[in-house]
Design a protein. Structure first.
Length: 259
């Protein structure tokens, strides 16, 4: 029993090469430019028509005559051989089923195939890494990866959505809207101040009791607190922000304070 990898020629070339470049664009979002990118429709040609038919062959005798039976695992194009899914496909349940059918260990078949497949794949990957397609696509992936990392760091730093980055910077990290960046910074400062206020209020409110043990002066002061806070967090005064949680807390405290 042995593995055979037969090199064959296909009639047509593979036309699914990687995009040649990255294209940047902007679109107007209510007067503010959003800076995005996309891969170009223009793709690299893949002229090599070679393919590789992988099979397990078993010899046996019938009336003293040696015969062979082939069990095909798949046929893969030249450019498929560089992709991770090809090896995963070969090692799928089909290989286990073939091992059971041939009454051999899976590891035995695995070694038969890998000893033949891995050197061929390594050679093809080395060849492909010398092509303009590989070099260009690697650079493009590096640019996109850096862009995504910068967006994440930006969102973590300024406590905002990653998309906000695209209003401030382009694909290459160039600042394109300093005013918008300043607004992002101001929004962070505002959120931090409001969070600090809520923390102080929650800390103070946690000491409130359900019994009406306040003096008249304290009662008047609590009523003043309630009116001030309910005005601050009323939905009509916060059209662009959800203050449901704040109003629920205030309504709860209204009952506890007897105001």
């Amino acid at each position: 029993m042995y593995c055979v990898i037969q090199e064959i020629e296909r009639a047509k070339a593979d036309n699914s090469g990687n995009p040649k470049s990255i294209e940047t664009y902007t679109h107007d979002d209510d007067g503010i430019l959003y800076h995005g990118y996309m891969y170009s429709d223009d793709r690299f040609d893949r002229p090599i028509k070679k393919a590789y038919k992988i099979s397990i062959q078993k010899s046996y005798r019938v009336d003293g005559v040696v015969k062979k039976k082939a069990y095909t695992l798949g046929t893969f194009g030249y450019y498929d051989m560089i992709k991770n899914w090809t090896w995963d496909y070969i090692l799928s349940d089909d290989l286990r089923e073939l091992a059971d059918k041939l009454d051999v260990e899976y590891d035995y078949l695995y070694k038969l195939v890998s000893d033949k497949f891995i050197p061929i794949r390594a050679r093809i990957k080395k060849e492909f890494q010398q092509t303009d397609e590989y070099i260009s696509h690697s650079k493009n992936k590096e640019i996109v990866s850096l862009h995504k990392n910068e967006k994440k760091k930006f969102a973590d730093k300024w406590h905002c959505n990653e998309s906000e980055y695209n209003y401030c910077y382009d694909l290459y990290g160039n600042l394109v809207n300093a005013d918008y960046l300043e607004q992002v910074k101001l929004n962070k400062a505002k959120k931090e101040k409001e969070a600090e206020q809520r923390q102080e209020w929650n800390k103070w409110f946690s000491g409130a009791t359900t019994t009406n043990s306040y003096s008249e002066d304290e009662q008047a002061l609590l009523k003043k607190f309630y009116r001030s806070l309910s005005h601050k967090y009323h939905p009509d005064a916060n059209l662009n922000e959800d203050t449901t949680k704040e109003m629920k807390l205030l309504n709860k405290l209204k009952g506890e304070w007897k105001v």
